[in-house]
Design a protein around this ligand. Structure first.
Ligand code: AMP
Length: 222
């Protein structure tokens, strides 16, 4: 069997990070761990925690670190992520979260952090067109809608625009992303964990680029 991987995928909202994370998790047979998906599931379930998370999410702000770090650790405890690995999507978002992840994994470490790079004008266009299943979270767009009437192909749920995909919230999230991620990228670069991969072009090409990058890193013995 193909060896597993402990991978962190960074990228602005709309960079295609979520789609690529799912594909990479399938390819390397590891878990896809998306904090955004976990928070949205809590919101849908209507839990007390979901109600609190929603206030941050709707305004594009980050959910507080201690809550986020707790939920990620709990998820990583499950289902063999320590043995085969994971693709982390949306976490860490700042240096404090990265440090907590590193402490949690010790004496192991992540293999690689990939920054999926896409120009801001491209992501603004993609986000305005993005639609998502309100039930299972599958992504669509106005250009690639579900087969029938905004009904999800996977689960028959209603396909809608995300509450935080309004222009104001998108700009706020991009601003926050920029502010928090620049130090995070520097932090991982210092530890020689970082590779930058171009996220523009057809999704299949981007996936091949990502897999090549990961395989090359592994061949180099990281
Ligand atoms: P995403 O789908 O990754 O854009 O996440 C949607 C929202 O969930 C973000 O705007 C934050 O409010 C929250 N969120 C996701 N991941 C994190 C994280 N690592 N730290 C704090 N908040 C997060």
């Amino acid at each position: 069997m193909i060896p597993g991987v402990r991978l962190v995928l960074l990228g602005k909202q709309g960079s295609g990070k979520g789609t690529q994370a799912v594909r990479l998790a399938r390819h390397f047979v590891v878990h896809h761990v998306s904090t955004g998906d976990m928070f949205r599931a809590a919101v849908r379930a209507g839990t007390e925690f979901g109600r609190k998370a929603r206030e941050y999410m709707d305004s594009g702000e980050l959910v507080p670190d201690e809550v986020t770090i707790g939920i990620v650790k709990e998820r990583l405890e499950q289902a063999g992520t320590k043995r085969r690995g994971f693709v982390l999507d949306g976490f860490p978002r700042n240096v404090a979260q990265a440090q907590a992840l590193s402490d949690y994994l010790a004496p192991q470490d992540i293999h690689l952090v990939i920054d999926l790079e896409v120009a801001t004008e491209v992501v603004l266009k993609r986000l305005a067109a993005r639609r998502v299943c309100s039930s299972c979270g599958t992504n669509y767009s106005v250009d690639v809608p579900p087969a029938v009437n905004w009904t999800c192909d996977v689960c028959d749920g209603e396909v809608v625009q995300r509450a935080d995909d309004t222009e104001t919230a998108i700009r706020r999230r991009l601003e926050i992303y920029q502010k928090n991620t620049a130090p995070l990228v520097a932090w991982y670069k210092d530890r020689d964990h970082l590779d930058v991969v171009c996220g523009e072009g057809p999704p299949d090409e981007v996936t091949s680029r990502l897999i090549d990058t990961i395989d090359r890193r592994r061949e180099a013995g990281v």
